[in-house]
Design a protein around this ligand. Sequence first.
Ligand SMILES: Nc1ncnc2c1ncn2[C@@H]1O[C@H](COP(=O)(O)OP(=O)(O)OP(=O)(O)O)[C@@H](O)[C@H]1O
Length: 358
Amino acid sequence: MIEPLVGVSKQIVQIRHYIKCVADTGLNILITGETGVGKEVVARKLHQFSPRRSNPFVQVNCAALPENLLESELFGYIKGAFTGAQVNRRGKFQIAHKGVLFLDEIGDMPLSLQSKILHVLQGGRFFPLGAEKDVTSNAWVIAATNFDLEVQIALKKFREDLFYRLNIIKIHVPALRHRAEDIPLLITHFMNRYIKRFPNRNVLPPNAEVMSFLCDFHWPGNIRQLQNTIKKQCVINDWSQVITELIDSKIPEKALLDKNTLKNSKKINAPVISDSIQSIPFSPILLEILDGADINNEKISLKQIRKKVVQQVEKEIIAYVLDQTGWNRVKASKILKISYKTLLTKINELNLVPPSKQ
Ligand SMILES: Nc1ncnc2c1ncn2[C@@H]1O[C@H](COP(=O)(O)OP(=O)(O)OP(=O)(O)O)[C@@H](O)[C@H]1O
């Protein structure tokens, strides 16, 4: 299953749009961003939306292997090329022929291999280790890095010519703390996933206090860290503990402040979700409405809730269809089976803005 690129922030909406614009170009792409922001998810989406989708997506982590192993992994070898090469072995460039070769953590690639990669990018041909005949690869190379490659170039750790070759299209995935509006949706997404995986635990979704902490948190490990946090909550079902561990896992000033505030505050008071509705996906709006709610409280007006929910769902679905159609309003109104005029009214009422004007 391909991981969805969850998010409603301006940045994620733009990245989704950009992916669709460049996915059929075959131009080299460099994806940048801190660890855990979703660079691999973006690379897989590019593959999914490209004409190469039925050919392999091959991933190589350039930081995980020592230089000689990385070389044989990328280019392959023929029997007898070195001690231990008992059979011919195809390299990842060959396996990714007509598909995608995702070079993860390219900033860690040794300089000598960088020049070989450049050579393949220029001519599409290379020699497997020990081979006398070169082979061709028409792999679409997508690279990712959490280094600032321009600094690496200045430090003479990355080749400038390779940088320009890879950086034809650059997609920067911002850190989670710079798009906190994605956090509630990501929490819902991961809660739905892990509640299914660890059932029968009466797992509490975050209440307003927890949600506000999670949205303000610095998330140095980005979405990966958020994902693990939600996984932990779905297993131990104790937000106080989860948050204490989260804060203890890192020490930025802000978190220390939050830690003291939380430690002094009373036990987190989240709404209990009963067994019967545990498998129902929690929408962020449901979380908001249920938060701290007392079912005997007359203030829960179904009419108001219905209005709020309908507006929210309409906004999400219209934004999605507009995004998918590249803001072609005629096409979008046909898909949504509403008149063009109604769509324009809704765009206006729901405050939807095309990416070009955001
Ligand atoms: N927008 C998103 N929606 C849903 N899940 C996401 C999103 N972005 C990232 N994830 C999840 O977060 C985790 C980390 O994502 P990913 O591996 O793509 O990050 P990365 O930037 O490539 O990290 P690294 O630099 O450490 O390799 C994965 O489990 C991925 O499925």
